[in-house]
Ligand binder design. Structure first.
Ligand SMILES: NC(=O)c1ccc[n+]([C@@H]2O[C@H](COP(=O)([O-])OP(=O)(O)OC[C@H]3O[C@@H](n4cnc5c(N)ncnc54)[C@H](OP(=O)(O)O)[C@@H]3O)[C@@H](O)[C@H]2O)c1
Length: 346
């Protein structure tokens, strides 16, 4: 675990992920005087409430990392590429939430519940990439099943909260909802489409040749990289829904070894970071509202795929589930802090 007196920097401390990182550190009792909060020049001079006091925000630059041991990067890829070398030159380990280093072969891409052991192999001072939020939630939910039966194909549809696009998107959803309820035209800024009372294809860039958007490409490439399985087939469809925070995903998977529904269910017993909410009688299953603000990926709607044949023992290779998890926490800030914890264990 990161010692509570470890000097650390949060880059992008004023954003949706940066604020969540500070909230987690606060609950853990990390000393305020050991945290440097940095952001753009726009935020320099402001303060962030922390543990009954405030932390001043300064402008990010190479000097931000002097005498610090860990830098949690919660800003854009450009900023990560510009400032991560300065952080490492100052002897500061980097955990980056952006996509800047995710494809670099010498940078581990880590979900602690899945491939946390890779942190130990990182160069020193380390640079570790936090995977894409939808991929983290998916792989935490699937790990108990993968460990026991293997997985060779995933078909996944996401229901992604607007806060995945940053703090400004939360404001956009609230403002649009207010305007539309008052009969006013919604104004768009972060998203091209109105996000209130609407569902639309993920806002990342669409590749005209493949028909895949950027989020879908990340889910494919990052799953393969984290699992070290270039052959796993991943078929994602990523969309935004009018939810403030916590992503949900509907998943159908093909196992390597056939399993009964009961065997798949059993694989979740004692699993790390996952909790089953699967009450068919009460029609109670994971929701993003329930997952918001929590550290757990909630899984439910576990069922053998009704469209596939079963053997005499009721086993099939095709199974379905639904998940909800807080992408600002487990999909970003919490996963990054857990990676930093592993660096200290190392
Ligand atoms: N949101 C999610 O659910 C999520 C999940 C996984 C990964 N991520 C990734 O995490 C990163 C942060 O996302 P976010 O949602 O927190 O975005 P955000 O709410 O828009 O926050 C962006 C942060 O970056 C800071 N920043 C902007 N320009 C800067 C500069 N020149 N120098 C230093 N800091 C600067 C901003 O500071 P100002 O306030 O001063 O502008 C703000 O603190 C992104 O790479 C994103 O892709 C996000």
């Amino acid at each position: 675990m990161i010692p509570s007196d470890c000097p650390l920097v949060v880059v992008g401390a004023t954003g949706a992920v940066g604020r969540e990182a500070l909230a987690i550190l606060e609950v853990r009792g990390h000393r305020a005087d050991r945290i440097r909060a940095v952001a753009s020049a726009r935020s320099a001079g402001s303060t962030i409430p922390y543990a009954g006091s405030t932390i001043p925000v300064t402008e990010a630059g190479p000097a931000s990392f002097v005498d610090c041991k860990v830098a949690l990067f919660c800003a854009t890829s450009d900023i990560a590429r510009t400032l991560a070398p300065a952080a490492r030159a100052a002897g500061c380990a980097v955990v980056d939430n952006s996509s800047a280093f995710r494809a670099e072969p010498n940078v581990p891409l880590v979900v602690p519940e899945v491939n946390g052991a890779e942190v130990a192999a990182a160069a020193s001072p380390a640079i570790i990439a936090n995977p894409n939020c939808s991929t983290i939630l998916l792989l935490v939910a699937l790990e108990p099943i993968r460990k026991r039966f293997g997985i060779e194909r995933i078909v996944v549809s996401t229901y992604q909260a607007v806060s995945g696009a940053g703090a400004a998107a939360i404001t956009e959803l609230k403002t649009q909802a207010t305007d539309m309820l008052a009969g006013r035209e919604p104004r768009t800024n972060v998203f091209a489409e109105p996000c209130a009372f609407n569902v639309f294809s993920h806002n990342s860039a669409m590749d005209e040749a493949t028909g895949l958007n950027g989020e879908e490409k990340k889910m494919i490439s990052e799953t393969r990289r984290i699992w070290h399985d270039a052959n796993v087939e991943v078929s994602p469809t990523c969309v935004r829904v009018p939810v403030v925070r916590a992503h949900s995903e509907s998943v159908t998977m093909t196992l390597v070894t056939p399993a009964s529904e009961a065997e798949v269910r059993q694989s979740f017993e004692g699993a790390q970071g996952v909790f089953l909410i699967d009450d068919r009688k009460a029609n109670k299953f994971p929701t993003p509202l329930h997952a918001s603000g929590t550290d757990i990926v909630f899984v439910g709607r576990l069922r053998a795929d009704p469209g596939s044949k079963r053997d005499a023992q009721g086993r099939t290779r095709n199974h379905c589930l639904f998940l909800s998890g807080d992408q600002l926490r487990k999909g970003a800030a919490l996963n990054a802090i857990q990676i930093a914890d592993l660096l200290f264990a190392k």
